[in-house]
Design a protein around this ligand. Structure first.
Ligand code: PLP
Length: 384
């Protein structure tokens, strides 16, 4: 509870927005600092300082390959999850149809919409409708993109079943998975194994913002959209963010090492939070099926209120949360994810995502449990 400069200036806060971003791990900061100061060579250069930076990238590639279950040469460094997702979808533009689920992050959904792709529905449990997926596939499909874990309601998607369906009904198609929200919680190396392309983003697991990975498995016919200097084996031109990449690798290593312990610690806290709110606030609906969610996700809808007003009150009482995805919070439109799950619009308007993570403590949960019920009651009294 209450870490960081914001807390030092403003008192303790309950940060329950880890799906939006996570605190950068101290070890990751320590790992990156030398590359922001004395070790500033360009990894594409030909001298000793360049080689030093290149070696750091190579080491990071090995660590990340281990964490992602791929070869070091299959790692393509990007500027984050959005770029990795966009690169995956746009690589197949003009080569056939693209297909994704209706609950993808906008970083996948918007490129798919732009190229006139097919969007497959989900069930109210928050899991992609496999029959609808089957029906959307045919010989013309070039790419299928199904996320491993959803960013809003936290549901884990059955990627191996998806892969089997793709192999049976669109054998020529490439399978991409957005594992951005999965990485802190799931063994991505094992679960994303059937995917040809895999996206992750460092700031969701204790690394800095603006750096991520797209795994492009050997033999996959990937066409780069960012061209120029030919870095990343011609798959993504541009001088690499060496400091960010080194920090990402350190954060990934820690995440994999500590994943089980973090899940064991966070799951009971998440359950106490969700059950506590369901019991103390009448007219609360839990979104999706909790048994299918990643450990850090608690997503609820409070009938008869608007999320925006709730978030404002919570912030005044030092609870930091989101309505939907972080990029959509503040927007008036109810989330496309809740709409796809069939949550009625008036219920979806009162949505709250509380996302726990490595830094969450019992005190964070206590504060949320103390603050949220009276805030909802106040808004209901006020009629907003
Ligand atoms: N995909 C998912 C599932 C996400 O949750 C996010 C971030 O919220 C992204 C992609 C985009 O990642 P980035 O913020 O690194 O661009």
């Amino acid at each position: 509870m209450g870490r960081g400069a914001y807390a030092r200036q403003n008192g303790p806060v309950s940060y329950l927005d880890h799906a939006a971003s996570t605190p950068v791990r101290a070890e990751a900061v320590a790992a990156m600092l030398p590359f922001l100061t004395e070790r500033y060579g360009n990894p594409s250069g030909a001298h000793a300082m360049a080689r030093d930076a290149r070696n750091a990238l190579d080491d990071a590639r090995v660590i990340l390959a281990d964490a992602l279950g791929c070869k070091p040469g299959e790692i393509v460094f990007t500027s984050g999850g959005t770029e990795a997702d966009n690169a995956a979808v746009f690589s197949y533009t003009g080569r056939g149809a693209v297909v994704c689920s209706a609950i993808e992050h906008h970083a996948v959904l918007d490129p798919v919409h732009r190229v006139g792709g097919r969007v497959v529905g989900v069930r109210s449990s928050g899991v992609v409708d496999l029959d609808a997926l089957r029906a959307a596939l045919d010989e013309s499909v070039a790419l299928v993109s199904i996320m491993l874990a959803n960013n809003e309601v936290g549901t884990i998607q059955p990627l191996s079943e998806v892969a089997e369906i793709v192999r049976a009904h669109a054998p020529q198609a490439v399978l991409h998975t957005d594992a951005v929200q999965a990485f802190p919680w799931l063994d991505v190396a094992a679960l994303a194994e059937p995917a040809d392309l895999v996206s992750i983003s460092a700031h969701k697991f204790g690394g800095p913002k603006g750096v991520g990975v797209l795994v492009v498995r050997d033999g996959v016919d990937f066409e780069a959209r960012q061209i120029g200097g030919g870095q990343e084996r011609e798959r993504r031109s541009g001088t690499q963010n060496v400091a960010g990449i080194v920090a990402m690798a350190e954060a990934a290593r820690l995440t994999v090492d500590e994943r089980k312990a973090v899940i064991d610690r966070v799951t009971p806290m998440r359950d106490r939070l969700a059950d506590g709110l369901l019991q103390s606030v009448p007219g609360t609906v839990e979104s999706a099926d909790r048994a299918r969610k990643v450990a850090g996700n608690c997503h609820l809808c409070f009938e008869g209120i608007e999320s925006e007003a709730l978030l404002f009150l919570l912030e005044k009482h030092d609870v930091m949360a989101s309505a939907a995805a972080s990029c959509a919070s503040g927007a008036q439109d109810p989330s496309h994810v809740l709409a796809a799950l069939g949550v009625p619009r008036d219920v979806a308007q009162g949505s709250l995502r509380l996302s726990l993570g490595v830094s969450t403590t019992d005190e964070d949960v206590d504060l949320a449990l103390a603050v949220i019920p009276p805030a909802v009651a106040r808004l209901r009294e006020r009629g907003s």
